[in-house]
Design a protein around this ligand. Structure first.
Ligand SMILES: Cc1cc2nc3c(=O)[nH]c(=O)nc-3n(C[C@H](O)[C@H](O)[C@H](O)COP(=O)(O)OP(=O)(O)OC[C@H]3O[C@@H](n4cnc5c(N)ncnc54)[C@H](O)[C@@H]3O)c2cc1C
Length: 607
């Protein structure tokens, strides 16, 4: 079984040297507590929790899974104790307001912590992960009474939260939701319906579960315009926080599924369960989007988490396992054969994993700064900044969620491949990562849906390409001073300029054709998303290489010369071998929709 070591050196390189988090925190009115010492303490504390408590439960949790009996769910051995340690450490409240018992640190701190937790044990991470979105929704849209009733226990981790959107007939198309909400004389609502696939919908880790439920008020319009959002607790809480009687929401079953088996995926029956309206009637989806954006960034982290964990396992194996001799001659003459890591094709797999994990980490940590500024603006009641950074985050989110989860799955698969046949065997833990990573491209909006959101809503309709122009301006600004430089940094800069121009042209060409061909956006969208992801990751690799050069030549960085050299070499690998994939996606995005759409539905198969 692979042992997980938190990649603290890479995290510190990004935090301190590439993205200059100390200066970023200093600019936030809420960043005062986020001193370098505090960041260091958080990184070290989270690493210990993840390496010593969560990672050792990953394989056993998968093997045992969750148990369902008489409506109750029991988590695998060790999960309750681990969750208790998580709560005692105050980890849930890291980035939530002190008013509700949190530590009031910027959101990005929670991102650093979540990445480590996810890599150590994604199933475990699901329980507090779902709570994050629940808390954010209540913080933004809850009434003062709802906030004071639910937030302290959610923020401490004593209670957990869920998001209840999906029903049997709909996951993507939430306009089909049929769960009903009837007003009650006391101002509350009776919720009736069945939700399915609800992560952490029922379990034994916390005393109470707070469900955020999408339902339809009687007489509401059909479709998404008639959806409202409700908060429905498993147990009613009294004002002083103690638990009262049970609400009529029950768990009917949990799914038997491919991966994340230590996380229960529940069928929840709401049988006139009592809940309260959040936000305004029929504006549930609008409020739910806070939940979805936070959750989607969390799922983007899943791609990185699995890429990192699988890379660590594969690297250790490739250094130990011996097979044949390197093509360029014996490398380890005293051994019976050379280690796998000497073989070019194994190096291709390892470097792909490394480039995905570290490139994706840079993308997410940069997006986390945007989230910090956005949440800070909410606290400062600075509406203009909030909207500006929310829009920016809205552009990042589908790219990060769609692209990084697809690549995370590829990286997990490669890790299994490095193990050869042993990768297919459960006890090594590599096949579990593939199974666990698989869900990330499905839930919180499939890759196809992220792609439609990116190209349709964010790029074409929302901004008519402005979001791409804004981002590529950053790329050009970075690349310009290096254009005449020799060596690989100059080459990366020239490639960055070419891609910046190309991304805008691609967007313009799709925009000009989309008016004439209504199927074009749907047919181009996934290729467009993947293209955008590769180009964006290229920029973040160039940025990392640039910083590594600077610190290497000045000798003033916190890291060793070998670390900086490896950064530059990984960037070169990315530009040589992964970025060219963007060309295929660009061509795919520009291909006419006709070859996709022309076949008659009946002609797909001739049984
Ligand atoms: C383990 C697990 C945990 C989950 N956790 C939660 C949870 O906590 N809460 C919750 O509410 N839900 C949860 N879900 C549900 C999950 O979010 C949905 O399954 C997902 O959004 C996809 O919806 P669906 O299954 O209905 O697929 P469908 O919507 O039926 O989609 C099927 C396929 O068609 C494609 N498709 C659908 N519509 C379009 C379109 N208009 N254009 C192009 N392509 C389209 C999709 O991309 C997909 O490939 C979970 C699911 C699983 C398996």
């Amino acid at each position: 079984m692979p042992t997980y070591k938190a990649p603290l050196r890479d995290m510190r390189f990004l935090i301190n040297e590439v993205l200059d988090y100390p200066a970023h925190y200093a600019r936030l009115s809420s960043g005062g507590e986020a001193t370098p010492d505090m960041v260091e303490a958080i990184l070290a504390g989270a690493a210990t929790l993840c390496e010593e408590v969560l990672a050792p439960l990953n394989l056993s949790g998968d093997r045992e899974g969750c148990h369902f009996k008489d409506g109750e769910v029991t988590t695998p051995a060790g999960f309750r104790d681990a969750y208790q340690k998580f709560v005692e450490g105050g980890w849930q409240g890291l980035s939530f307001p002190t008013k509700y018992g949190g530590h009031g640190l910027p959101t990005s701190m929670s991102v650093f912590k979540t990445e480590m937790m996810g890599a150590a044990n994604w199933s475990f991470n699901m329980y507090p992960g779902l709570s994050l979105g629940c808390i954010n929704t209540l913080l933004k849209y809850g009434t003062e009474a709802q906030k004071s009733l639910y937030l302290p226990a959610l923020v401490s981790g004593e209670w957990t939260g869920t998001m209840c959107l999906t029903e049997a007939q709909c996951g993507t198309d939430l306009g089909q939701v049929t769960t009903r909400a009837e007003p009650r004389p006391d101002g509350s609502y009776a919720i009736t319906g069945t939700k399915m696939f609800i992560s952490a919908g029922e379990h034994d880790l916390a005393a109470n579960i707070v469900h955020i439920v999408l339902a339809r008020l009687s007489g509401a319009p059909a479709g998404t315009r008639g959806l409202s959002l409700f908060v429905v607790p498993k147990f009613f809480a009294n004002e002083e926080g103690s638990l009262g009687r049970r609400n009529s929401v029950s768990c009917g079953a949990i799914e038997h599924k491919m991966g994340i088996r230590a996380s229960p995926t529940a069928v929840l029956n709401f049988d006139t369960a009592v809940g309260q309206l959040i936000f305004e009637p029929n504006k549930g989806l609008e409020a739910m989007f806070t939940f979805m954006n936070t959750a989607r960034l969390g799922i983007a982290l899943q791609g990185i988490a699995h890429a990192e964990a699988s890379f660590q396992g594969a690297l250790a194996y490739a250094r130990e396992r011996r097979s044949m001799r390197a093509l360029s001659g014996k490398k380890e003459p005293d051994s019976v054969a050379d280690a796998l890591i000497w073989h070019a094709d194994v190096r291709r797999m390892l470097l792909t994993q490394k480039a995905i994990a570290e490139g994706g980490r840079a993308m997410i940590y940069a997006a986390a700064q945007t989230a910090d500024i956005m949440f800070n603006a909410v606290l400062d009641e600075d509406r203009a900044t909030q909207v500006e950074y929310d829009n920016l985050l809205g552009f990042y989110t589908p790219i990060l969620k769609g692209f990084l989860t697809e690549l995370g799955l590829e990286a997990a698969n490669l890790g299994m491949q490095v193990f050869g046949g042993h990768g297919y065997i459960h006890e090594h833990g590599m096949e579990q990562m593939v199974r666990d990573a698989r869900i990330a491209t499905l839930y919180e909006g499939t890759t196809g849906i992220q792609a439609l959101d990116l190209l349709g809503r964010k790029v074409l309709i929302g901004t008519r390409g402005k979001c791409v122009r804004d981002f590529t301006r950053l790329m050009l600004r970075f690349a310009r001073p290096h254009l005449l430089a020799g060596g690989c940094l100059g080459a990366m800069a020239r490639s960055t300029v070419k891609r910046a121009i190309e991304w805008n042209l691609l967007t313009l060409r799709i925009m000009s054709r989309a008016g004439r061909d209504r199927d074009l956006v749907g047919s181009a969208s996934v290729d467009y998303l993947m293209y955008s992801g590769y180009v964006m990751m290229g920029y973040f690799w160039a940025l990392q290489a640039d910083k590594a050069y600077k610190y290497l030549s000045s000798g003033q960085g916190a890291e060793s010369a070998a670390f900086y050299c490896a950064k530059i070499q990984t960037a070169e690998f990315y530009f040589d071998r992964l970025l060219p994939r963007a060309d295929g996606h660009r061509r795919g995005a520009l291909a006419p929709a006709r070859s996709l759409m022309q076949m008659d539905n009946a002609s797909f198969a001739f049984p």
